[in-house]
Design a protein around this ligand. Sequence first.
Ligand SMILES: C[S@@+](CC[C@H](N)C(=O)[O-])C[C@H]1O[C@@H](n2cnc3c(N)ncnc32)[C@H](O)[C@@H]1O
Length: 402
Amino acid sequence: MDARTVSPSVPPVWSTIATHGVFPEAKHDEIARYNFLANLNKYLSTVVAPGNRIAYEKRVRPRFRAEHGRDFQNRDEVRKAMKQDPYYQMWSALRRTTMEMRQQNGRSITIRQAPELAEKAAKLNEGKETLVLNPSVKVPHYLTVMDNHCMPGSYHTELFEGDVSAAANYDTGLFVTTAGGLGRLSDGGGKAIAQWVLSQYPEFKPKRILDIGCGLGHNTLPLAQAFPDAEVIGIDVGAPMLRYGHARAQSLGVRNVKFIQADAAQTGFPDESFDWIQTTMFLHETSFLAIHRIMQEIYRMLKRNGLTLHIEQPQYTPDMDLFEQTMRDWDAFYNNEPFWGVMHDLDPAALMEQSGFDRKEFFQIGVRAVNDLEDFTKPRQQPEAEDYGRAAVWNVFGAWKR
Ligand SMILES: C[S@@+](CC[C@H](N)C(=O)[O-])C[C@H]1O[C@@H](n2cnc3c(N)ncnc32)[C@H](O)[C@@H]1O
C-alpha cells in the first residue's frame, strides 16, 4: 500500500467509552491527552507504518543484498538492518512513546483517585462469595521481572491493601492503544468468540467455563452474558485485576461470574471440571516453560467433549514474509513483551498434542472483534492498514478433548 494515498479513519473520542461503578473519572486535559494519543496511534498505523515497507524494499533490503550477496534469512537479520534505517527508527520511537504516554496519563488519572476507587470496589465486592482472593498465590517470575507493555508495576502491583489502580489504568488506556477497535467495553474479542461458538456449535451447552488470565474480565463477561446458564470462572494472579474485575461485573449486572486468584500452571481445580477453557490475549504474556505447563493443566481440567480456545495475534508461519514477522515482533523488543516472539513462533498444533490433545481435533480460525463502535472505526475509503500486533482481528486455535 502506498502510504501517501491512505485516508485514515478517525478513532472514536475517548468519552464514548462505557463506564461502570469503578471506572475512574477523567478531567478535561486527561481526556484530551487520550484523544490525542488515540489519533496519533491511528495515524501511525494507517499513514506512517506502511512507509516501513517502502524503506525495507527500497533501501534496507537492497543494501543488505549488496553487502552480503544474498537476501535475508531470518527476521533477526531484518530487524537489525531495519534498526539502522531512520524511517523505522522514527516509527518505532513514536510507537514506543505513545505507549509510555498512555501509561503516564492512565496513572495520572488513577493514582490521584486510588483510595476512592479502592473504596468503590470494596463496597461492590463486600460479602460476595464470587470474589476469592488468595494472597499465598505466587506471581510467576516472568511477570515480576519486567513491566508488561511499559505499565509500571504490571498487573499485580498493589500500592496499598485493596488497591485497584493497576486495573483501572489498564481499563482506561486499552481503548487508546486500540483506537476504540475493541468497542465501548473493550470486550470485542470475548463477544466475537462467544458468537462464533454459539453459531458453530448450537448443541454445545457448557455448564462451567474457565477464562484463564482473565485480567479485569473484559472478555470474560461476554462469555457469561452469552451463556447465562453457565457458571463462568475467571482466574488471574493479579489481585488488583480481580478486585476491580469483580466490582465491574457486579456494577454491570453480570452475576454468573466468579473471579478467583490462581496461577494457571497449577490452579487447584479438580480433573475434568470444565466444559470450556478459554484464554484471550494471554498466552503471549507467559513464558515458554509456563505455556507448556498451562496447556497440560488445561487438558487435565477439561471434561471429555470439552472445548479449549486461545485468541492471539497470528502465528509466525513459514509462509509469513520476514518483513511482516519483523513488524509483528516489534512488541518483543520495544514494548516489554519478551515472550511475544517465542509464543508466536510455536507450532500450536504440536503444543496441544504434547499436552494430550489429539492432533486430529486441532483447528484454527480467524475472528474479528464485535465492536459496537464500528461506525467510527471502520475505514472510510480504503482497507485499513495492518497495525502489526494491534489489529482487532485474531488467530484462534483450539481443540476438542475427545
Ligand atoms: C493481557 S492481560 C489480560 C488479558 C485478558 N484475558 C483480556 O482479554 O483482557 C494478561 C493477564 O494474564 C495474567 N497472568 C499472566 N500469567 C498468569 C498465570 N500464570 N496465571 C494466571 N494469570 C496470569 C496477568 O496477571 C494479566 O492480568
